[in-house]
Write a protein that binds this ligand. Structure first.
Ligand code: GTP
Ligand code: SPV
Ligand code: MN
Length: 586
C-alpha cells in the first residue's frame, strides 16, 4: 500500500496508517487521568512497567540493544541529498517507501495503535505547534503525556488549522537494530520511526519534531529551533535575565537549567532543559519558548550534592528507564548515593548486581521522565505564551583540554563562528564510542533537518534582524588537570560563570582580550568560598596558541565540507582568529 506522505486530514491519515499497520484496536488519547491510570495498570500487568517506591514512580527496562539514539539509522528524506547536507544521512522518498514503509506492514498486528495528539509550546501561544504521533508503544504514550501537552488541549489548538500538524508514525516493530529506521520527511512534515522504543528515537515530539522538522520550518518562516536549555538567573536584589545554552547531548543542559546556586541570594528559574524555539520579537530582541512540558533527563550523576532540584522533582510521578533498583524499591544509579558494602541491587537489565560490580548497575544513558512543573525552580515562565527574552547565548562542549572555562565572543557574528565550530567528546546519549572528539555545530549536528551550511546562513540572517542581539559565550565545565580530574567542580558552582556573563551583558564585568575572545580578569569571576588553587585557576584559563592553531586547522577541514554554502562572514571570522593566534604565537 502506498504511504500517506500527504497533508491528508487527521481521520483519513489515521485510517490509512491503520490499514497498513493493522492494529487490533485504535485508541485516541484524550490526556485524561482515567486514561493514564488505565495505561499504567495495563503496563504493570504485562511487565512493561514495575512499581518503584514513592507515589506513581515506575521503572521501565528497555531492550538491551535499544538504549540510546541511533544516529547512523536516522535519515533525512528530502528531495535531494544536497538539501540534507553533508552531515545528515540521506534517503530518497522512493528508497524510504521501498525499504522502510514495508517494515510497517502488519507491524501493529496484535497491538493497540494509540493516536496521540500533542501540543509543543505553551497553551495559546502563536509559536506553539501541534503534532500527532501514532504509536503501538504504551510506554511511549506515557512518556509523551509527561513530555508534551497531550490530548484534548492539542486537538483544541489543531481546530484552528486542522491540516497543519506534524505526522509521526512509530512502531516498535521487532526491536531489531537491523530493521530500525528513523526517517524524516521535512517537505511532508512527516516522521517514520520503527524498531526502537527508546528516547529520541521513539518520542517523536522531541528531536524528530521539535528539532529536525522544526528546524526546516524555522528556516522557511524566519525563526530558530535549537538544542538549548532556557534558564532565568536573578542576582540578589536584581532583575531576572534569561540565558539559552546549547550543549551536546549529556553535556549538562538539564543540570544547568536547574542549578542550586553556590552564591548566596541568587535565584534560578527553569524554563526549558533541552529545546528552545526562538523568534525575533517586535522589540528586536530574541524571544524563546520551550516547546516541551517535561524532561527526559540523564539519571547517572544526579545526586543531592550535584542536583538537589532534580532529586526533589523525582520524588513522585516519574518514569525511570534503565536505572537499577535497591531492596527498598528505590531507584539507584551511579553517583546517586553510596551503597552499603556488598549491598545487592537489581541492575538495569533485571539481574542481581553487587555493590562495586565491574559493570554499571544503571545504564550510562538511564533516564527519568518528569513534568517540568515538578521542578522546584519552575516558576511559570515556561507557560508564558510570549516566551522569555534572551540576554545571552552560551555554547558549550565536553573537552578534557584546550577550551577554557569560559570566554565571550567578540560580537554576535563571532558568536555564530564559535557555535559553528563547537566540538565535544561523544557521550552515552547516542550509540557508538564514548569520548571521541567531534564537531557538533550549535550542538545540532544530529538534529538539524537540513544542510548545515544553509543553517549557518540562517543564523546570520537572524543575527542581522536582531537590534539587540544576545551576547554569546562558550563554556567548558569538563577541562581536566594533569591527573585526569575535572578542574572545575561544576553544577551549582557554575552560577559564578553565569554571574560574570550577566555582568558582561550589563556592561559591567571586567574582561581581558585573548586571541579566541574575552575571558574574565583574575578578579572578574567571583570565587569566594571556593577552594580553587591558583594553579587550577590558571589551568582552567590557559589558552595555548599553538594548540588553538591545530584546532583551527581541524575546524577548517570540517567547515570545508559545506563548500560554497558557508556564509562569508564565517570564513572571515575564521581568518581573523587564525591571524590573532599567529600573532600571539610569534
Ligand atoms: P541530554 O538530555 O542528553 O541532552 O543531556 P544534558 O545536556 O541535559 O546533560 P545533563 O545535564 O543531563 O548532564 C549529563 C551528565 O553530565 C550527567 O551525568 C551530569 O551529572 C554531568 N554534568 C552536568 N553538569 C555538569 C558539570 O557542571 N560538571 C560536571 N563535571 N558534570 C556535569
Ligand atoms: C539527547 O540525546 O540530546 C537527549 C536524549 O535529549 S534523547 O531524547 O534520547 O534524544
Ligand atoms: Mn538533549
Amino acid at each position: 500500500m502506498a504511504s500517506p506522505l500527504r497533508q491528508v486530514a487527521l481521520d483519513t491519515w489515521v485510517s490509512l496508517v491503520a490499514q497498513h499497520t493493522r492494529p487490533d484496536r485504535i485508541h485516541r488519547c484524550d490526556g485524561s487521568e482515567a486514561e493514564a491510570a488505565e495505561l499504567h495498570r495495563a503496563m504493570l500487568a504485562d511487565g512493561t512497567l514495575e512499581e518503584l517506591a514513592g507515589q506513581s514512580r515506575y521503572l521501565h527496562r528497555s531492550h538491551p540493544s535499544d538504549v540510546a539514539r541511533t544516529e547512523h539509522l536516522t535519515f533525512i528524506a528530502s528531495p535531494t541529498r544536497e538539501q540534507a547536507g553533508p552531515t545528515n544521512n540521506h534517503m530518497t522518498v522512493e528508497e524510504s517507501e521501498q525499504k522502510v514503509w514495508p517494515l510497517f506492514e502488519g507491524a501493529m498486528a496484535g497491538r493497540t495503535m494509540y493516536v496521540v495528539p500533542y501540543l509543543m509550546g505553551p497553551v495559546g501561544s502563536a509559536y506553539s505547534r501541534v503534532g500527532v504521533q501514532l504509536t503501538d508503544s504504551p510506554y511511549v504514550v506515557a512518556n509523551l503525556r509527561i513530555m508534551t501537552r497531550m490530548g484534548q488541549v492539542a486537538l483544541e489548538h489543531l481546530a484552528a488549522n486542522p491540516d497543519d500538524f506534524v505526522r509521526g508514525i512509530h512502531s516498535l516493530g521487532d526491536l531489531s537494530p537491523d530493521r530500525r529506521f528513523v526517517v524524516h520527511f521535512p517537505q511532508a512534515a512527516t516522521i517514520w520511526s520503527i524498531g526502537s522504543g527508546y528516547g529520541g528515537n521513539a518520542l517523536l515530539s522531541k528531536k524528530c519534531h521539535a528539532l529536525r522538522i522544526a528546524s526546516v520550518q524555522a528556516r522557511a518562516e524566519g525563526w530558530l529551533a535549537e538544542h538549548m536549555l532556557i534558564v532565568g538567573v536573578r542576582p540578589p536584589g536584581g532583575q531576572r535575565q534569561y540565558i539559552a545554552a546549547a550543549f551536546p547531548s549529556a553535556c549538562g543542559k538539564t543540570n544547568l537549567a536547574m542549578l542550586v546556586p553556590a552564591l548566596p541570594g541568587w535565584e534560578i528559574e527553569t524554563v526549558g532543559d533541552d529545546i528552545a524555539w526562538m523568534h525575533v520579537g517586535a522589540d528586536g530582541r530574541l524571544w524563546a519558548i520551550n516547546p516541551e512540558a517535561g524532561m527526559f533527563g540523564v539519571a547517572p550523576g544526579t545526586s543531592l550534592d550535584t542536583n538537589l532540584n532534580a532529586l526533589r522533582a523525582l520524588d513522585h510521578h516519574v518514569l525511570f528507564t534503565n536505572v537499577a533498583v535497591r531492596a527498598d524499591r528505590s531507584p539507584w544509579w551511579e553517583g546517586k548515593e553510596p551503597l552499603r558494602p556488598a549491598e545487592t541491587l537489581v541492575d538495569w537489565q533485571g539481574r542481581p548486581w553487587e555493590a562495586g560490580g565491574s559493570s554499571p548497575a544503571a545504564h550510562p544513558n538511564a533516564r527519568f521522565t518528569v513534568r517540568l512543573s515538578q521542578c522546584p525552580t519552575a516558576r511559570g515562565a515556561h507557560e508564558d505564551p510570549r516566551g522569555v527574552p534572551i540576554s545571552a547565548i552560551v555554547f558549550g562542549g565536553r573537552r578534557a583540554s584546550l577550551a577554557p572555562l569560559v570566554y565571550e565572543a567578540r560580537s554576535f557574528t563571532h558568536g555564530i563562528y564559535v557555535g559553528a565550530t563547537l566540538a565535544s567528546e561523544t557521550t552515552a546519549a547516542a550509540t557508538g564510542k564514548v569520548g571521541v572528539l567531534r564537531n557538533d555545530p550549535m550542538a545540532m549536528l544530529p538534529f538539524c533537518g537540513y544542510d548545515m551550511g544553509a543553517y549557518f546562513r540562517h543564523w546570520s540572517t537572524i543575527g542581522r534582524r536582531l537590534r539587540e542581539p544576545p551576547k554569546v559565550f562558550h563554556v567548558n565545565w569538563f577541562r581536566r588537570g594533569p591527573e585526569g580530574r575535572c578542574l572545575w567542580p561544576g553544577f551549582g558552582q557554575n552560577i559564578r560563570v553565569l554571574a560574570w556573563m550577566l555582568d558582561r551583558v550589563a556592561g559591567r564585568g571586567v574582561a581581558r582580550e585573548t586571541p579566541i575572545g574575552l575571558v574574565p580578569t583574575p578578579g572578574g569571576l567571583d570565587l569566594t568560598n571556593m577552594n580553587l588553587s591558583d594553579d587550577d585557576l590558571s589551568r582552567l584559563f590557559a589558552i595555548d596558541a599553538g594548540e588553538w592553531l591545530e584546532e583551527t586547522n581541524r575546524n577548517a577541514a570540517f567547515l570545508a565540507r559545506f563548500g560554497e554554502g558557508l556564509p562569508r562572514s564565517l570564513l572571515a571570522e575564521h581568518r581573523r582568529l587564525v591571524e590573532r593566534l599567529e600573532a600571539a604565537r610569534n
